[in-house]
Design a protein around this ligand. Structure first.
Ligand SMILES: *Cc1c(COP(=O)(O)O)cnc(C)c1O
Length: 451
């Protein structure tokens, strides 16, 4: 198809996710036809640095020979067979390799396709676990999650979410949850002092968990960084305090590492940084190196054991998705895990993380920058109409969106969250390229603000 015909058919038939389609129709969005390394190429021959890791999932770049080859080899055997009643070598090998790398004790892997399904499975597993556990079965019904949480778009995942713009309108569909405040200083409501707010949140956390301990089915958290909320970085010690309290109160901890896993925070998994072992771990985005949709929900042997029984006992987990454990996805994931070692990807991520930190620090005093935040290779710049007192830009100015368009003109693809500019280089991106990404985005910010 010619470019014009592609655009016309795109607009006529493709409903893009998280996209205001009227505005989309007024703009010429790149049609990506290829990629290599950390670049994307569009139908008109432009090349762009992939500054969002293709929505936070790419790890080693595009068209990586080792991953391409692993998929081709698997394709030469079979593209898909089911895990319902059958097994497959890639799913077996990947499960074993994952269990060796995640915090010790998470020994059982339940496969699905996306982050949302990984979380959805986690919620149902934990809910069922309490009803079947041998020690003290309990009708624990309610999940606890954080304000501004994001765990995916299916109805269960939205129930434990807390981003008004995405979640509020579905209120009537959702099951009730308990929310605890996110320990983020600049989210302090009026009457609170930013400096003491995280400590206040710690107390709220403890009081809420103690008060409702007998009803709480599980505590769901994105460890260290609430990514979709705007790369909100938790203060050190928060995650380990959550683990301490949930352990004491017998509350399963569900760590959603869909965004933060696979090197984004500088370690393979974010939980490692506070020596936390969750009871359930959700993985997806970076699992296949950003190649194919695949997700994994890992659980401890204690949780798994509650599902063991004769068929007639009805303890089975009656849940599963058609493409569960897809062999192509598992083959890509195995190749990606090997590359972490072969290419010392975590060492690179730490170098790139340091570079982002120093480049962002230089923006911190900018009159239209409310705050800059980073953790590992995840970074955010809040653009504001006024810094002190804090005033956002009017939403209809579409500042974040315009910065993304201006960055595109400078050869960079980014995806902002409202007026928060997000930089999400792949953990394996060479530092000089990450520097060019910063240059282009900073220029784009200046050009939009100058208008
Ligand atoms: C992206 C994301 C999800 C949802 O993953 P999908 O693959 O989009 O369904 C869940 N949790 C977190 C933390 C995420 O960032």
């Amino acid at each position: 198809m010619e470019t014009a015909a592609l655009r016309e058919a795109d607009l006529a038939h493709v409903w893009h996710p998280f996209t205001p389609m009227l505005e989309y129709g007024r703009e010429e969005t790149p049609i990506i036809v290829g990629g290599d390394g950390f670049f994307l190429a569009d139908v008109e021959g432009h090349r762009y640095i992939d500054g969002s890791s293709s929505l936070w999932c790419n790890i080693h770049g595009h068209r990586v020979p080792a991953i391409d080859e692993a998929i081709r080899t698997q394709l030469g055997r079979i593209a898909h067979s089911t895990l319902l009643g059958l097994a497959s070598p890639p799913s077996i090998e990947l499960a074993r390799e994952l269990c060796l790398r995640v915090p010790a004790g998470l020994n059982h892997v339940f496969y699905s396709d996306d982050g949302s399904t990984a979380v959805e499975a986690a919620l149902k597993i934990v809910y069922q676990y309490h009803r079947q556990r041998l020690d003290r079965p309990a009708p624990r019904n309610v999940f606890v999650s954080l304000h501004a949480a994001y765990h995916g778009d299916t109805v269960g995942a939205v129930s434990v979410g807390g981003i008004d713009q995405f979640h509020r309108r579905y209120g009537g569909l959702l099951f009730p949850t308990i929310k605890v405040p996110a320990p983020i200083a600049n989210h302090a409501p009026s009457g609170h002092d930013a400096a003491s707010y995280p400590a206040h949140c710690m107390r709220e956390l403890e009081q809420t968990l103690r008060r409702h301990a007998d009803q709480i089915a599980g505590f769901v958290i994105e460890p260290l960084v609430q990514a979709a909320a705007g790369i909100l970085v938790h203060p050190p010690g928060y995650l380990s305090r959550v683990r301490q309290l949930t352990t004491e109160l017998g509350i399963p901890l569900i760590a959603d590492e869909v965004a933060v896993g696979f090197g984004r925070t500088g370690t393979l998994f974010a939980c490692e940084q506070e020596q936390v072992r969750p009871d359930v771990l959700c993985l997806s985005k970076g699992l296949t190196g950003g190649y194919l949709p695949l997700a994994a929900t890992l659980v401890t042997s204690e949780i798994y054991a509650a599902f063991l029984g004769e068929p007639a006992e009805g303890k089975t987990f009656f849940h599963g998705h058609t493409y569960t454990g897809n062999p192509l996805g598992c083959a890509a994931a195995l190749a990606s895990l090997r590359l972490f070692n072969d290419n010392k990807v975590l060492d690179n991520a730490r170098i790139v993380g340091g570079l982002l930190a120093s480049r962002l620090a230089s923006l911190a005093k900018h009159p239209h920058v409310g705050e800059v935040r980073w953790k590992g290779v995840m970074a955010a710049i809040d653009l504001v109409g006024n810094r002190e007192p804090h005033e956002p830009f009017a939403a209809d100015l579409r500042i974040g969106h315009r910065v993304a368009l201006a960055a595109r003109d400078r050869g960079v693809i980014i995806r902002p969250l409202g007026d928060t500019i997000v930089l999400m280089p792949a953990p394996a991106m060479p530092p000089d390229l990450a520097g060019r990404l910063c240059d282009a985005v900073f220029e784009a910010i200046d050009s939009v603000l100058a208008e």
